[in-house]
Write a protein that binds this ligand. Structure first.
Ligand code: GLN
Length: 261
């Protein structure tokens, strides 16, 4: 079948899926509408479309997703990298502070660590996670991208960390009990231990914020992704723990999304 017929028949999702399958840019597809697709690609695409029609997340069905310009493998071993998290990376890169040693707590697929490793070639980055599944995936992404300035290690928060950093970054699980019980269906395909942040959603922040100061160099910074309603309690928590110069940053939907200090 020709690309053009395919897109007419299956619509916009098909274009995105096809661009991943063919390893090309979505716009390129429209440049060669008469290109003939192999039967193999056609079958693969139909298989993926069937899965997403049943509510399976598009990103898992494709098995790859772009994060901050990096093509990452994604699957149910870890959270799907979100567009909002790119803002976290962008903010860190934009601000002029020392970033020689970086710790990413709860690295999941490795998205944040790898995006920073790619841009900060001279930095050394450690990504840690309690999930062995996530560590398999982050290591796979590391080899795919051939980035050697990043290391993924097993650690329950700081349990295996014994050095200090210029930056500690984290996008911990932060959905509270009520929100988790009323989750959009497709989020249930993602690991609960990457989403659920305890009764009030703040469990992991309490742990991270109270301990991070012992793992930061002088003038070290902390960057946290946060949920839409968590800014005030988290600013209070940071203040109570002695953190200074706290800054809140919004996402493109005008939700408070990042705290730095
Ligand atoms: N941003 C995710 C969501 O609500 C939550 C990710 C997380 O818990 N860190 O879809």
């Amino acid at each position: 079948m020709k690309v053009r017929c395919f897109l007419e028949k299956y619509g916009n999702d098909a274009a995105l899926i096809l661009s991943y399958l063919l390893d090309t840019n979505k716009n390129n597809l429209y440049l060669y509408p008469e290109k003939e697709l192999s039967k193999e690609i056609e079958n693969e695409l139909i298989k993926i479309l069937k899965k997403i029609q049943k509510g399976y997340p598009l990103q898992y069905a494709i098995g790859k997703w772009n994060f901050y310009g990096l093509d990452l493998y994604v699957d149910k071993r870890a959270l799907i990298p979100r567009f909002e998290t790119e803002i976290l990376v962008e903010e860190i890169l934009k601000e002029p502070f020392k970033k020689e040693k970086i710790l990413d707590i709860g690295c999941g697929s490795g998205a944040i660590s790898l995006a920073l490793a790619k841009k900060l070639e001279k930095s050394r980055i450690i990504g840690c996670d309690i999930s062995k599944d996530a560590l398999e995936l982050s290591n796979l992404n590391k080899s795919k991208l051939k980035l050697n300035n990043v290391e993924f290690i097993y650690s329950d928060l700081f349990s295996n960390i014994d050095e200090k950093f210029d930056l500690i970054v984290s996008n911990p699980p932060y959905i509270n009990k009520d929100d988790y019980e009323n989750l959009e269906e497709k989020l249930y395909y993602e690991p609960k231990n990457a989403l659920y942040g305890g009764e009030d959603g703040l469990y992991f922040y309490r742990q991270i914020i109270s301990k991070a100061k012992y793992f930061l160099n002088k003038n070290g910074k902390i960057y946290l992704e946060i949920g839409y309603n968590q800014k005030n309690p988290l600013i209070q928590l940071l203040k109570d723990e002695g953190y200074k110069n706290i800054k809140a940053i919004k996402d493109y939907n005008d939700f408070d999304r990042i705290l730095s200090s």
